[in-house]
Design a protein around this ligand. Structure first.
Ligand code: ADP
Length: 460
């Protein structure tokens, strides 16, 4: 430090001392300083108390955050939506949920009505804070919507945060167990069908009532052979693991529309207590990458259903002929997705097609398609079985069934006429079902109207 500078510091100029004294003597200025220091002290104290509170909060409370992407999210909301009585005047007032939101699930469409007919409304805790009591613990629930969105679905991110005392942290395990049991119970006897929404699987409507296998009538022995094969596969996981073979099996069901392919897969899933994860390969926007990604993320315990498998082959032919490749799945994309290393270690896939002639033999390979099954036009056996399911109780001597089958033969609906000439006419199980539904309690009506089963293209 230079000598002149230190001298200046040691002896401040008399003018500046004078000024300072004058300032402090000024009551207005002194009051201002007092106020400012009080304010500073208050701010400091507030900061300090926030820090202390924050620390106490971290030590005394415990938080669990569940994001909307998590499978447990809907379970927790359903659990929170349950009506519950909290004993005690204050506790019951404290735990009343005042802010609700509604979740509506619509059912199937009415016949020809074009609009949803049945709807279920679930009241869920709305956004914001609520308090619930679980056992002896009070839990603060905070449901929040964020202003960021899921890139796949475009939906805003959402979380539910549960907070309770550190001492009660163990209630979360019980709470999650209870919520899961509740969800499992709601799905009991039901089949969950998943469809792809963006890059995610999400349940398609409400879980459907399980379809009994007996309600799908395929040709003699067909159903039994597939069911036995799938059950055998499910019992052999270790066999595959021991041999280092991917634990996958594929089935190709082919045949005209309305022969029961989808119904059978639905019923099989019910029988095995599996869900169905469905992708329509002809759907716009279903690309190779998307398909491959979705197959790596299959919902657990579900049958993969790839509908319209021929769509991938049509694309290939189009591309070969005119170089066009739309935003659809290609043949190699389908094979890659089926073979993919990451494509789920356990998988049962069903491919369906109405056009077997369009498929490529490369599809038939262990793990891709192990079994090809024709689910064809209705046979005499199926027509008889369906008759029994509808009219079995009123047609005790089977005379009605005999007349019905004879009528179908007269019309040549099993591929030939009664005298053995080929007719090339066929009908579908869906059409027979339609005829029976129209004549619910009227066997004769069904026989009289059997002509209506002749497909349009064969009508005179
Ligand atoms: P696909 O998938 O072969 O086009 P679906 O399974 O969608 O046929 O059948 C359409 C409708 O016809 C369904 O309502 C189903 O109940 C009925 N149906 C079709 N085939 C059968 C069958 N084999 N047994 C019982 N019902 C059938």
């Amino acid at each position: 430090m230079s000598a002149s500078a230190s001298a200046a510091a040691a002896s401040p100029s008399p003018a500046s001392v004078l000024n300072l004294n004058a300032l402090f003597d000024n009551p207005l200025f002194a009051g201002g300083i007092g106020l400012a220091s009080l304010g500073a002290a208050a701010a400091f104290a507030r900061k300090g108390s926030i820090a202390v509170l924050g620390a106490a909060r971290r030590r005394l409370l415990v938080n669990v955050e569940i994001s909307k992407q998590d499978a447990a999210y809907p379970w927790i909301l359903a659990w929170l939506s349950q009506p519950r009585e909290t004993p005690g005047f204050i506790a019951s007032r404290l735990t009343r949920i005042h802010n609700l939101s509604v979740a509506t699930a619509t059912g199937s469409k009415g016949p020809g009505a074009g609009g949803p007919v049945n709807a279920h409304f679930f009241l869920q805790p709305g956004y914001g804070r609520h308090i619930v009591k679980f056992g002896r613990a009070f839990i603060s629930v905070n449901r929040e919507k964020h202003n960021t969105a899921n890139m796949n679905t475009g939906e805003p991110h959402e979380i539910v945060q549960l907070t309770t005392l550190w001492a009660h942290r163990h209630v979360f395990e019980d709470l999650f167990r209870e919520a899961h049991q509740l969800a499992a119970k709601a799905n009991e006897g039901k089949t969950v069908v998943y469809s792809a929404r963006g890059l995610e699987w999400s349940p398609l409507g409400d879980p459907r009532k399980k379809r009994p296998l007996g309600s799908v009538i395929l040709d003699e022995g067909v159903k039994e052979s597939i069911v036995a094969d799938v059950k055998d596969f499910l019992s052999r996981q270790q066999w595959y693991v021991d041999r280092g073979i991917p634990y996958r099996r594929g089935y190709l069901l082919f045949g005209p529309p309305g022969s029961g392919k989808s119904s059978f897969i639905q019923a099989l899933a019910g029988e095995l207590d599996f869900g169905v994860a469905m992708i329509n390969l002809s759907e716009m926007g279903m690309t190779d990458d998307k398909l491959a990604y979705l197959l790596t993320k299959l919902p657990k315990r579900s049958l993969l259903l790839l509908e319209d498998a021929d769509a991938a082959f049509v694309n290939r032919r189009q591309r070969d002929s005119d170089g066009y490749s739309g935003a659809n799945v290609t043949f190699s994309g389908l094979l890659n997705a089926l073979d993919g290393v990451a494509a789920g270690e356990e998988r049962i896939a069903f491919l369906t097609t109405n056009h077997i002639e369009r498929l490529d033999p490369a599809l038939i390979r262990p793990g891709r398609v192990d079994m090809m099954i024709k689910i064809g036009e209705a046979t005499r056996y199926q027509a008889a079985q369906m008759w029994d399911r509808f009219y079995g109780d009123v047609d005790e001597d089977h005379s009605g069934r005999a007349r019905f089958l004879e009528r179908l033969e007269e019309l040549g609906l099993f591929g030939q006429y009664k005298d053995g000439r080929a007719s090339h006419r066929h009908t579908s199980a869906a059409a027979i079902q339609g005829l029976f539904l129209f004549n619910k309690n009227d066997m004769q009506g069904a026989i009289d109207m059997a002509e209506g089963l002749i497909p349009r293209k064969f009508e005179a």
